[in-house]
Design a protein around this ligand. Structure first.
Ligand SMILES: Cc1ncc(C[n+]2csc(CCOP(=O)(O)OP(=O)(O)O)c2C)c(N)n1
Ligand SMILES: [Mg+2]
Length: 372
């Protein structure tokens, strides 16, 4: 495949080009349910943010197939270095909406103990899903380093690093791809080309004929995939992982998809996205496309879809209630997980602050002046 052809498996009418995914009936339905849960999580978070109960959220509508198709190809022992628009990968691998809601509220049960922004999930221990970080492109060299370590240790694991079209303009993209190819590190670079980097369209992001073609300059295969086709995403990832595990090094996958919502809850896309563009991509909705495929296998009806979506909304609504009712992390936890042994001068500063907080109460309960 050249970097210009678009790999697809599911035709718009739901039929396939003959490629078999290797997924059982239950696994196909797990993919579908995960895509619905991503959408339901988004819907719920938008309402929570608009009603002032959480500060921020990042919508995923339109890119669910990229996340779920890619995640379905990974082994449990592989590592994920996600972008902020990738939590479907975590859901696919068993993280619950409640685990995620704790982060959205930054409460005491949040794995980052409230130190991160909402949507900046970290599930390293359970599923090797490395903390999402906001700076664009910084996680690419990190993934390459982790993958190279796996190679040096003789492990057969691989790393997936996911980023956007805008991420290809970062320094981390260049150094990450260069090192990975030279070292033949077992890493897959997944560029989710969703058309926009906030308000910057792809036409202003690059003069290259595609994102996948950039792979050629670094000396690795570049593949363009229909990112709204969950089974094509899975196939591209499986091929790239086979290549990596066989010792041949990295692959750059460009998933051609579309961000159907805003960049984040702080964004108003109607100010810059042409209306016709959204209408065109709505017809290519990845969830509807997968539903048509499932229907050809007698695994989907409209009633089933509605039932599963209602169940997802209920589960996520209940998770939001629980997470909102959970207390924030105690102030004393600010040093937890930071030092093996807290240095004496830090411990003293901490004790002084905790004592002040005990005497004056915290800012949210008082006049907002703490700790001044
Ligand atoms: C180094 C850096 N520069 C700028 C930003 C601000 N910023 C946040 S998201 C974003 C756009 C990224 O677009 P893309 O990589 O296409 O990902 P998408 O949001 O479309 O998934 C920018 C410029 C940042 N977070 N980090
Ligand atoms: Mg983008």
């Amino acid at each position: 495949m050249t970097s210009q052809q678009l790999l697809s498996v599911i035709e718009p009418d739901g039929s396939t080009n003959g490629h078999e995914s290797g997924l059982s009936k239950d696994e196909l339905l797990h993919c579908y349910r995960t895509m619905l849960r991503v959408r339901a999580f988004d819907d719920t978070c938008m309402k929570l943010q608009r009603s002032g109960r959480i500060g921020f959220s990042i919508p995923n509508k339109g890119v669910e197939a990229c996340q779920v198709g890619a995640a379905s190809a990974l082994q449990k022992t592989d590592w994920i270095f996600p972008s902020y628009r990738d939590f479907g990968m975590a859901l696919y691998h068993g993280i619950t909406p409640l685990d995620m809601m704790h982060n959205m509220f930054g409460n005491a049960n949040d794995s980052a103990r409230g130190r991160q922004m909402p949507v900046h999930f970290s599930f390293v221990k359970p599923i090797r899903f490395v903390s999402i970080s906001s700076p664009i492109g910084t996680h690419l060299p990190q993934a390459v380093g982790a993958a190279y370590a796996m190679k040096l240790r003789g492990e057969k694991h691989a790393a997936l690093v996911s980023f956007g079209d805008g991420g290809t303009s970062s320094l981390g993209f260049h150094s990450g791809l260069n090192f990975a190819a030279v070292w033949k590190a077992p890493v897959v670079f997944l560029c989710q080309n969703n058309g926009w980097a906030i308000s910057c369209p792809s036409s202003e992001q690059t003069a290259s004929e595609s994102y996948a073609i950039k792979a050629k300059a670094y000396g690795m295969p570049g593949v363009r995939v229909d990112g709204n086709d969950v089974l094509a995403m899975r196939k591209a990832m499986l091929d790239a992982l086979d290549h990596a595990r066989a010792g041949h090094g990295p692959t750059l996958i460009e998933a051609v998809t579309y961000r159907m919502g805003g960049h984040s809850t702080s964004d108003d896309p109607t100010r810059y996205v042409p209306k016709h563009e959204v209408e065109e991509w709505t017809k290519k909705d990845p969830v509807a496309r997968f539903e048509r495929f499932l229907a050809t296998r007698k695994l989907w009806t409209k009633e089933l879809g509605e039932k599963l979506y209602a169940e997802a909304m209920e589960e996520i609504g209940a998770a939001a209630k629980l997470a909102e009712a959970t207390a924030p992390p105690p102030l004393e936890t600010i040093f937890s997980d930071v030092y093996a042994t807290v240095p004496q001068h830090i411990r003293k500063q901490g004790e002084a602050s905790f004592e002040l907080a005990r005497r004056k109460g915290d800012a949210s309960a008082g006049d907002g002046k703490f700790p001044l």
